[in-house]
Design a binder for this molecule. Structure first.
Ligand code: ADP
Ligand code: MG
Length: 152
């Protein structure tokens, strides 16, 4: 297992990592984002989505469960499964249709969709450390590994 650990001292650094990931992002890609509430999952997603060219706000998709974007010819889906009480709800929303050859799926709280999500190429884990955050990036597929090597 390949991992990279980064210290992110403030919000700007979390956004910068997202922007850095955007530079090497290509579909298809599945990214899991985990960490406690307020750890910075949505902040990092914002850096990534804006880095892919989205102009304007990146809202937390908490109520809708998923926020779609069309960027650089890719479908980008930002999921937040925090409020998902039953993974079967994912079946009702047609979850499989989101994971295509041209989609990039960024998933906060993937553990809430356990068993119904495809495996991730990369798992990003955010942790509180003092006033900042620690980010661990784990590559889980050959694709994830090649992306990780590009940011090392
Ligand atoms: P989550 O989606 O994990 O619940 P959010 O991204 O919504 O978290 O909120 C993270 C909060 O922490 C925001 O207030 C943001 O400004 C702050 N934050 C993000 N990254 C850092 C960091 N590296 N150091 C300190 N604060 C951060
Ligand atoms: Mg969030």
């Amino acid at each position: 297992i390949e991992t990279l650990t980064l210290n992110l001292k403030d919000e700007q650094e979390t956004i910068a990592v997202g922007e850095q990931l955007a530079k090497i992002t290509a579909a298809p890609l599945v990214i899991y984002l985990t960490g406690d509430l307020g750890a910075g999952k949505t902040t990092l997603s914002r850096g990534l989505i804006q880095g892919l060219g989205h102009q304007g706000a990146v809202k937390s998709p908490t109520y809708a469960l998923v926020e779609p974007y069309e960027l650089n010819g890719m479908e980008v889906f930002h999921f937040d499964l925090y409020r998902l009480s039953d993974p079967e709800e994912l079946e009702f929303m047609g979850i499989r249709d989101y994971f295509t050859e041209r989609s990039v799926c960024i998933i906060e709280w993937p553990d809430h969709g356990h068993g119904l999500l495809p495996p991730a190429d990369m798992h990003l884990r955010l942790k509180y450390v003092n006033t900042g955050r620690e980010l661990q990036i784990e590559a889980l597929s050959p694709l994830g590994l090649s992306l990780l090597q590009q940011i090392k």
